[in-house]
Design a protein around this ligand. Structure first.
Ligand code: BES
Ligand code: MN
Ligand code: ZN
Length: 498
């Protein structure tokens, strides 16, 4: 059950909680000051007495306040009001959602007029608060069949004040479509691999058709005819057939798409014959995270009717060991006729992407291409779970992606692609091998292989292995699948292509 979010004219509710923001030094908004007056100064007095510093996102609850009908009042801290931008307001929404849940509040009214000094305009602030509440409220509990009442989320309805209501509603409608895309990705990434096979992931892609997305699904016979030997080599060990899915959103009537998004969709990565150790192998159900982000982004931009022409291509396979699996040492031929010696069957993502990238460019002739992949464990060594790795052949594209990531707090960090790294993937018997030599620069070696499948257009590769799943949440991102990349790419499209 999702939270019922609505916008209302400012007025004190007769029940439930009332939430007001406060900046450092006790800075209240107009409605905050009114409320404090009705409570005979209890708000600021109580905050001071309990050393509430209005630190960012910290909350304080005043139960059963005398003088008003509401059940409780909650303060939420903004810290320095001058530093509060739209993204920060969404994070305030997230903090409110968490605190309401913690205090087991069922219904709340949030006063969204913020203290003087906040530069975010009023309808935007109201919409961002609701958006933050929405993003934070995500849960994947499809497989809990007997949750006790106290284990279920309590908050069922939040009203956010806005004047006029219509402007906030309009702005929120677009943000809520982005949240739909984020939730779609989180659901896909959370699904176990026995449920979400390549065929089922293709079916999930088809579910975007009612939004106006053109979806095509390519089955193995077609992939063979196209010569996708690298992708098929990964798939050949699995009883679950591979698929390649293309998606197209024509928000602008141009012949060439502005952008192609390409995603690694390994629905489960055992490593193949180069099998992984069993510790944490269950994490490899989210090795389709790149494909999940492509589908979620398509859902977001189609949902809000973005004025851009964007295509998506996802390569969907399962990497299993079996009597039919490919062996270390096998040589495969890609769609563009290059040969790859498969030294390690666990470096399968780049094999899938080699063919998916080439197909995306040949089929659609996009002006630029961005791929997303949970490609290397080495990116975790370099960046941890805080930033994704960026590899890019074009400074403008790199800068614009960096800016989009900063704006939505999905941060990325650029790595080099110097030609000196090419020797890492030289093979004795083929055009290249699928791993570097030794343990050094593992993420760059992966990116360098992908680079060989780029046909002279601006290209960016996002290695999202470190950011796709989190056991501990962060603001706007509950524990589990993060959908890192959806908000970034949606923002990139909005700022640069529309
Ligand atoms: N899917 C993994 C990368 C990965 C690791 C994703 C940890 C998420 C968390 C990828 O297919 C892989 O196995 N990469 C190998 C490459 C190596 C064999 C060159 C790796 O990182 O060990
Ligand atoms: Mn692997
Ligand atoms: Zn993998």
């Amino acid at each position: 059950m999702s939270i019922d979010l609505s916008f209302i004219k400012p007025s004190l509710p007769r029940s439930g909680a009332v939430v007001v923001a406060v900046g450092k030094g006790g800075k209240l908004s107009t409605s905050g000051r009114d409320l404090d007056r009705r409570l005979k100064g209890a708000l600021l007095k109580g905050a001071k007495a309990h050393r509430f510093q209005a630190s960012f996102g910290k909350t304080m609850l005043f139960p059963a306040p005398a003088g008003i009908a509401a059940d409780s009042v909650m303060l939420v801290g903004l810290d320095d009001v001058a530093k509060v931008d739209a993204e920060a307001v969404a994070r305030i929404g997230a903090a409110i959602a968490q605190a309401l849940d913690r205090h087991r509040v069922a219904r709340a009214t949030v006063f969204a007029d913020l203290p003087a000094g906040v530069t975010v305009d009023a309808p935007e602030a109201a919409a961002q608060i609701a958006y933050g509440i929405r993003l934070q409220s995500y849960r994947f509990d499809r497989y809990h069949t007997r949750l006790k009442d106290e284990q279920k989320p309590v908050t069922s309805a939040v009203a956010v004040t806005a004047d006029p209501v219509g402007a906030a509603e309009k702005r929120f409608a677009a943000l809520d479509r982005i949240a739909d895309g984020v939730f779609f990705t989180r659901d896909l990434v959370s699904e176990p691999a026995n449920i979400l096979t390549p065929v089922q992931l293709a079916a999930a892609a088809r579910s975007l058709r009612p939004l106006g997305v053109e979806v095509d699904v390519l089955a193995p016979a077609r992939l063979k005819a196209l010569g996708m030997g690298a992708l098929l080599g990964v798939a050949q060990g699995s009883a679950n057939e591979p698929r390649v899915v293309t998606l197209r959103w024509r928000g602008r009537r141009t012949t060439r798409p502005d952008l192609a998004l390409v995603g690694k969709g390994v629905t489960f990565d055992t490593g193949g014959i180069s099998i992984k150790p069993s510790a944490s192998m269950e994490d490899m159900k989210w090795d389709m995270g790149g494909a999940g982000v492509v589908l979620g982004t398509m859902k977001a931009i189609a949902g809000r009717k973005a004025k851009a022409h964007v295509v998506g291509v996802v390569g969907l396979v399962e990497n299993m060991p079996s009597g039919t699996a490919q062996r270390p040492g096998d040589v495969v031929t890609t769609m563009n006729g290059q040969t790859i010696e498969v030294i390690n069957t666990d470096a399968e993502g780049r094999l899938v992407l080699a063919d998916a990238l080439w197909y995306a460019q040949q089929k659609f002739k996009p002006k630029a291409v961005i791929d997303l992949a949970t490609l290397t464990g080495a990116i975790l060594v370099a960046l941890g779970q805080e930033r994704a790795g960026l590899f890019c052949n074009d400074d403008q594209l790199a800068d614009r992606l960096g800016a989009a990531g900063d704006a939505v707090n999905e941060k990325i960090w650029r790595f080099p692609l110097d030609s000196e790294y090419d020797r890492h993937i030289e093979s004795r018997i083929a055009d290249m091998k699928n791993v570097g030599s030794g343990r050094f620069a593992g993420s760059i070696a992966g990116a360098k292989l992908l680079e060989r499948f780029i046909d002279g257009i601006p290209w960016a590769h996002l290695d999202i292995a470190g950011v796709t799943w989190r056991t501990r949440g962060r603001p706007l991102v509950p524990p589990g699948g993060t959908a890192f990349g959806v908000r970034l790419l949606d923002r990139y499209v909005a700022d640069n292509l529309e």
